[in-house]
Design a protein around this ligand. Structure first.
Ligand SMILES: Nc1ncnc2c1ncn2[C@@H]1O[C@H](COP(=O)(O)OP(=O)(O)O)[C@@H](O)[C@H]1O
Ligand SMILES: [Mg+2]
Length: 322
């Protein structure tokens, strides 16, 4: 009631001229109700409006670079001064392990967030070794939690509700290699979709299914999906020597050209080794091509955020990229 009253008053006074200004006014009005104390709002629809920098890293195929992208995009954003949360939504817990956490050392994880009603994500968040980078860790128990979630009402909205009030500039969700309930939860909660595609003969198989799933969960028709900046494809493990394969894939991707990051992530052994060393590439080998590619991806991503009017203020006192 109080929210509606103050919103109507503001709208009457401001008379917004563009949809962007209207959106800003609505966000300003609902923000305190979402973020503070007793008036905590639990409507997933409003949560979707407020969380403008939630990125779902999705591809139902395994081994396409989802985890590598989640860790290194997140690390680079944190090193640039943005408070960033990595959400590990894959029961295999590769992001959790890859950023240096041990799944056997914490008691609560995304498994509990996805299985205990109204459990906020903030209950499970851990700091990482990078200042400004936080982790909502995964555990193998998440596989069972996902099975149980199928019986719940509004099962697609569990994660969106859990993210209510999570105060981060960016939230990046690493998804499992499937289009099951965990992936649909991250699609529901996110406002931007990053699809890493490995450059190989079969890399584009399943892309049409993924696009259809995105349209269904987001309630967009194909035209709306392609008009807005809802998603981008990221080409990973690019090897210039494989000229014929590269040409074939780039030809297949022609309809998606506007929706593909110009940054290419080259095949780079240092990225592989960094994951084994449980470090972001910037700390493992800052001079590697992998570090440069993920730095460039972060710049391109931030530029896109600027374009989409979802660019947060930097938070002071965090170190810059090494
Ligand atoms: N650009 C790259 N060059 C070389 N190896 C890579 C690159 N990106 C990822 N890898 C490696 O490929 C494997 C799969 O990557 P990963 O990010 O775990 O994929 P996903 O999360 O989609 O399953 C991992 O061993 C990772 O270290
Ligand atoms: Mg993974």
């Amino acid at each position: 009631m109080i929210l509606m009253h103050s919103l109507c008053q503001t709208l009457r006074q401001a008379r917004p001229k563009t949809p962007e200004i209207l959106q800003e006014i609505i966000l300003d009005a609902v923000r305190p109700f979402l973020y503070h104390g007793k008036n905590h709002c639990s409507f997933p629809e409003i949560a979707q409006v407020i969380m403008r920098n939630v990125v779902a890293v999705i591809n139902q195929k395994g081994g396409t670079g989802k985890t590598t992208t989640t860790i290194n995009l997140g690390a680079c954003l944190a090193y640039q001064g943005y408070r960033t949360l990595l959400v590990d939504l894959d029961p295999q817990a590769h992001t959790t392990i890859g950023i240096g956490a041990d799944p056997d050392t914490f008691e609560v994880s995304m498994a509990e967030v996805m299985s205990i009603p109204k459990k906020p994500i903030t209950d499970v968040v851990l700091p990482t070794y990078i200042p400004g980078l936080f982790l909502a860790p995964s555990h193998i128990r998440l596989a069972r939690a996902a099975e149980m979630a199928y019986t719940r009402v509004f099962r697609e909205a569990i994660l969106a509700q859990a993210l209510n009030g999570a105060d981060y500039d960016f939230i990046i969700i690493d998804c499992p290699p499937s289009l099951g309930v965990l992936t649909t939860n991250s699609l529901y909660a996110c406002d931007f979709i990053l699809i890493p595609c490995q450059i190989s003969r079969y890399s584009l198989d399943g892309l049409a299914d993924l696009i259809t799933t995105i349209e269904t969960i987001k309630g967009l028709d194909p035209e709306q999906l392609f008009q807005g900046d809802h998603f981008r494809i990221l080409l990973t493990m690019f090897d210039r020597r494989n000229r014929v394969t590269n040409e074939y894939i780039l030809e297949q991707l022609r309809p998606y050209r506007d929706k593909t990051f110009t940054t290419l992530v080259m095949k780079n052994e240092a990225l592989n080794q960094a994951q084994i060393a449980q470090k972001a590439i910037f700390d493992f080998d800052p001079k590697s091509s992998g570090a440069q590619d993920y730095q460039q991806l972060t710049e391109e991503f931030l530029e896109l955020c600027r374009k989409r009017n979802s660019f947060p203020e930097k938070r002071p006192n965090w170190q810059s990229c090494p």
